[in-house]
Design a protein around this ligand. Structure first.
Ligand code: ZN
Length: 391
């Protein structure tokens, strides 16, 4: 493709030259092809494409007829990953004094995109800011600025731009804004500024009251201040506000109830949850509790749960329980017992390697809960997997 683009350059330069002559109303038949055109071709033939690009760009006279050709070529080079060449084309265009204001803004916007693609974010940011001011508050520039601030982790600026986008388009950015506040809160937590972190989480929840990340962080801060009762209440609210993340609260609920000596409350809450928000993590905590005093009841409890809600993780735990029960005094039971370790061995790699979280937007999966999908760059779309292979 790059080779094809390089071959298009002399064609574009020649047509640009002809268009320029027509533009000046000269007799093109009497005009010789410029000497530089052959110099450029020579560079191409000698496999010196960068020198050829320089020559052809200079040759492609900038006027109303050829600006589009420059922009199209720059766009094609950027699309092919040849960002340096796209930058040279656009810089050459901007340097021409005869451009109209609209053409100049178009070229500046294209150059800002080049720098963004090249990862030169500070230059790209400056140009998009100019483009936003110049191009009558153009939304594309704002969207690119938001991408830049996200990449740079400049969360305050990201909040400012997201609010501007909401105001200009009427399309809410409340999910994104809540996560930007959570990012700032995590930064504050890192430097032990608990008051500031709480203030930021309050703003996150004001933007999106269903944000599970903000609620999880809030509960962790409350627990760190030994206010376990409030922390438990905050975690329990996730089941109502955002049940997709309920399984994330279960390990913390176990710890905080232990710390506050309220184990009975935990089991009562989890038993109710098995009905309105069934998760294998919940069933396993209850099974473990039963197992300490009544192993056979624990086995039956888990078996009944799995009949209604099949789960590979649950099956593995059930086999573990079965292997710990006293061996039955008949040959067929003994044979079945012998097969348990084999089935567990077959299940173990699947459980170990299987992803736990899945992006609902693009299908990216992994074993860590990420709030921003690294693949589709959407917030709040990666969730715990439910069903047989998940929760
Ligand atoms: Zn995704």
């Amino acid at each position: 493709m790059i080779e094809l683009l390089l071959l298009l350059l002399p064609v574009a330069a020649a047509s640009g030259w002809m268009a320029a002559k027509q533009h000046h109303q000269k007799n093109i038949q009497n005009e010789p092809i410029p000497k530089d055109y052959f110099t450029g071709l020579n560079f191409l033939l000698n496999e010196q494409p960068d020198k050829a690009v320089e020559v052809f760009i200079k040759l492609l006279e900038v006027n109303a007829d050829t600006v589009e050709t420059h922009l199209a070529l720059g766009h094609l080079f950027r699309k092919q990953g040849e960002v340096d060449r796209a930058i040279r084309i656009h810089q050459n265009l901007i340097a021409r004094p005869q451009l109209t204001k609209a053409q100049r803004n178009q070229a500046l916007f294209a150059l800002a995109k080049d720098y963004f693609s090249a990862g030169v974010l500070d230059r790209s940011e400056r140009l998009f800011l100019d483009a936003f001011d110049e191009n009558n508050r153009d939304l594309d520039s704002l969207q690119h600025l938001l991408d830049i601030y996200q990449q740079e982790k400049s969360w305050e600026q990201a909040i400012e731009i997201a609010k501007k986008l909401t105001a200009l388009t009427g399309k809410s950015q409340h999910v994104e804004i809540a996560h930007y506040y959570c990012e700032l809160a995590e930064k504050a937590l890192h430097t032990k500024e608990l008051g500031q972190a709480r203030h930021l989480l309050k703003q996150a929840l004001a933007s999106d009251k269903h944000n599970a990340r903000a609620l999880l962080l809030k509960a962790k801060i409350e627990a760190s201040l030994q206010d376990y009762q409030t922390a438990i209440h905050t975690l329990e609210s996730i089941k109502e506000n955002n049940p997709a993340y309920f399984s994330e609260t279960i390990p913390l609920l176990v710890i905080y109830h232990q710390q506050s000596n309220k184990r009975y409350d935990l089991f009562s809450f989890l038993e109710k949850s098995l009905v309105d928000c069934p998760r294998i993590s919940t069933a396993l905590v209850l099974t473990q509790q039963l197992q300490q005093s009544h192993p056979e009841r624990a086995y039956l409890f888990l078996k009944n749960y799995l009949t209604a809600h099949p789960s590979l993780r649950g099956l593995y735990a059930l086999l573990e329980l079965a292997s710990q029960l006293p061996t039955q005094n008949n040959a067929s039971c003994a044979q079945a017992d012998e097969k348990i370790p084999l089935i567990q061995t077959l299940l173990a790699p699947t459980l170990l390697n299987h992803p736990i979280y899945l992006c609902q937007h693009c299908g990216f999966s992994g074993k860590t809960l990420l709030w921003l999908c690294p693949s589709c760059k959407q917030w709040n779309v990666i969730k715990p997997i439910l069903g047989l292979e998940g929760e």
